[in-house]
Design a protein around this ligand. Sequence first.
Ligand code: CS2
Length: 494
Amino acid sequence: MENLKINNKNLSAIGQRIAVPKYNRDIIKTGIVHVGIGGFHRAHEAFYTDQLLHNETIKEWGICGVALLDFDTKIYNTLKEQDGLYTLIVKELDGTHTKRVIGSIVECLYAPENPIKVIEKMASPEVKIVTLTITEGGYNYNEATKSFDFTNPLIIHDLENPDTPKTIFGYLTQALKLRKEHGLNGITIQSCDNIQGNGHMTQNMLLSYVSKAEPGLMDWIDKNVSFPNAMVDRITPVTAAEDIAHLKESSGIDDAWPVVCEPFKQWVIEDNFISGRPSWETVGAQFVEDVEPYEKMKLQLLNAGHSVLGILGALLGYNTIDEAVNNPNISAFLKHYMDKEVTPTLGGLEGVDLDAYKQSLLERFGNINIKDQIERICSETSAKYPIFILPTIQSQLASNGSIKLAAFLTASWAIYSLGTDENGNALNIKDALKQDLNEKAKEAKQHPTAFLELESVFGALKQNPVFTEAFVNAYNDITSNNIEDNLKSINSAF
Ligand code: CS2
């Protein structure tokens, strides 16, 4: 079988081997600018939109993918080379792979090379929505001050150099200013990141920035920009070299950066789009009035569940999430955490069978074909913890509920931050606060609660005696006995 490089020219030949877009990409206009063209966007929004574009009456919702950071050169160059095309490989539970070429990204821009082009694209009349996957840390929110972090050097740069911004806030401000000057229609800014109230977060952080950078724009934004909240879900591991090789061997497709993901997908969106929106509901998204309960459920069960498996699994020397969840002591701990500490905080979820949801999470985590990397899950835990774990602890403390398991997880993270697993092997920690975490973790050897001093992560947790007592107990248990024995003893109490 001849190898075919993935691009426009080879699309119909590739179509003899796997599914390809059936619509004419040449006539699709850009209605969405998306910032952050990593794996998750390409497995989620771009997938839904590709499905939508198969409805031949829809031509106005193509995506312009923007690579915002210097670090994004590789994905930009790859997508440019491949005419925006890439393969989505769904790893089914039975081990088979469902492959399709996704065509919804119809143009790409690399912001560091040409910031003005990105600003102009966001400000063009045909663009109705800017969507974002800029990661939890990308919103520049500080848990300690509960506000926008103006001390971030990149923000200082953007305030001083408005025409050549580096952050999303600088870009959006310039684009909105241009839209106002040109008397254009309003626009929706839609977050697709794992944050409770991600629309509110986007709005609050952007307005904080604008209040300093362009105060005259505040009123226009108020009237012309909408920020829907949304819950997004699809487990998307980092693409491995084997995935690229396997695609070539099995289908003769030469794709420099395919995306791999699980079969499950969910997108629950608040219907708040000031200038219209794609009919994503026709391809499986749900539009609802209030997304909050769905967000809470997903962030505090799935994402937090991931962190539980990631941190405990890393300490035990595992590499993938399925290995961790297939350890009965870890999975029992996770089940107790979900049932006893998270579930009481979730409130009523009309129409959702929570027991079935939790069961389905264990099955998804256990998918041995996905090989979701523990390293990916543990990356940037300092940005994830305040969103995935802290709300559960705060809510449980307020109602005198159990926080024992969350305290054990937090103490495990302190041990993890020392940089080696239980067998003494080095951990590859990727975290913007890696240095600070490591210093506090070292101090914690003398005074365990020193770890909780990182207020941008833990807020005021250190001041809470109930939590600190549970944390110190857990810390001492972990340092005097191995994780697995600790898990057995915790689990036996239920
Ligand atoms: C993960 C998420 O980054 C993480 O810690 O929990 O990337 C998770 O896989 C997705 O949110 C699934 O929808």
